[in-house]
Design a protein around this ligand. Structure first.
Ligand code: HSE
Length: 325
């Protein structure tokens, strides 16, 4: 079988983008022989065109997004983050009839419906597995794996940075030192208040709720981990508990209610054992019962793997999961 060739334009070569480039170099031949598609990188939008990066020739770098967006790529991978520039790039790519893969939960949580409508109108795909919980394939699980069942609730740890900070505080580190470490390790958002004030977890929960439920989201109560102290963690420990930043989506009479806050969990709760940058999601569904998804929710390579799996899905199929909310 001769492999079909797919050309990828990459917007952004930071933590996740550079992981994507490295992973693609490592997996390209396996993907070609297993799935019959050869994935080639076209131009890459970078901030600094002079900086050398492993696995790519400097000639592929551009500082002009239009070189990527208006070029001849089959799939545009958006990893610049933020809402304004990224939104303009994604809209242009879709209107140019290009398939798009993005890890940008902020963009989807704010303008997802418009972008999916754009993608539908053009008959192209918009992949977003990497936007929620890094390497955990929860988007595929909710849209395909659970298509035959009714989800009744979602409860999870959705922000790797907050969980990493709380885990380090359990080891005696201060909040500020733990946050600095999370930033150094590439888990935190460029603006880390999005992590520690609960905004990132809310955005992810909105995406998951829109995939899992037909009803509208009618309320969202959001609190981050900023107020959690070492003393709170010690008190919880003395009672055999831990503190975790927990996001829940539950059905209420008018629709779906979201709640994101630090909670005390007893040691036998599956979420209590989740440490470091790991995420976990407990999904309850009427026929299936309880399901637990666990894995690395932040970081270069797990997130890159989710991006690459979307690119492969698009390369293999014209049909693709979409957000409905
Ligand atoms: N800042 C995010 C987190 C990155 O810590 O979970 C992954 O979405």
């Amino acid at each position: 079988m001769s492999a079909r060739s797919i050309r990828i334009g990459l917007l952004g070569c930071g933590v996740v983008g550079s992981g994507f480039v490295e992973l693609l170099a490592h997996e390209r031949s396996r993907i070609a022989s297993r799935f019959g598609v050869t994935l080639n990188l076209g131009q890459i939008l970078v901030r600094d065109g002079e900086k050398t990066r492993p696995h790519v020739a400097r000639s592929t770098f551009t500082t002009n997004a239009l070189d990527v967006l208006d070029g001849d790529c089959d799939v545009i991978v958006e990893l610049v983050g933020g809402v304004d520039c990224a939104g303009a790039y994604v809209r242009r790519a879709l209107r140019n009839g290009r398939n798009v893969v993005t890890a940008n939960k902020a963009l989807l949580a704010t303008t997802g419906r418009e972008l999916f409508d754009d993608a539908d109108r053009r008959g192209v795909a918009l992949g977003f597995e990497a936007s929620v919980c890094g390497g955990i394939p929860i988007v595929q699980a909710l849209t395909r794996g659970l298509a035959g069942d009714s989800v009744t609730s979602i409860r999870g740890i959705l922000n790797g940075t907050s969980n990493y900070i709380v885990s380090r505080m359990e080891d005696g580190m201060t909040f500020d030192d733990a946050l600095r470490l999370a930033q150094e390790r590439g888990f935190a958002e460029a603006e880390p208040s999005l992590d520690v004030d609960g905004v990132d977890a809310e955005q992810k929960l909105r995406i998951l709720a829109s995939l899992a439920f037909d009803e509208p989201i009618v309320s969202a109560a959001v609190r981050g981990i900023r107020g959690v102290t070492g003393a709170d963690i010690e008190e919880a420990r003395a009672d055999g508990c831990v503190i975790r930043h927990v996001a829940t989506a539950t059905r209420v009479p008018a629709g779906v209610a979201l709640r994101i806050e630090p909670r005390r969990l007893s040691a036998d709760d599956p979420l209590a054992r989740v440490r470091d940058e790991h995420n976990a999601i407990v999904v309850n569904a009427r026929a299936t019962g309880e399901l637990l998804f666990f894995g690395k929710g932040a970081g270069s390579m797990p997130t890159a793997a989710a991006v690459l799996s979307d690119v492969i899905s698009i390369a293999r199929s014209s049909q693709y999961a979409r957000m409905t909310g």
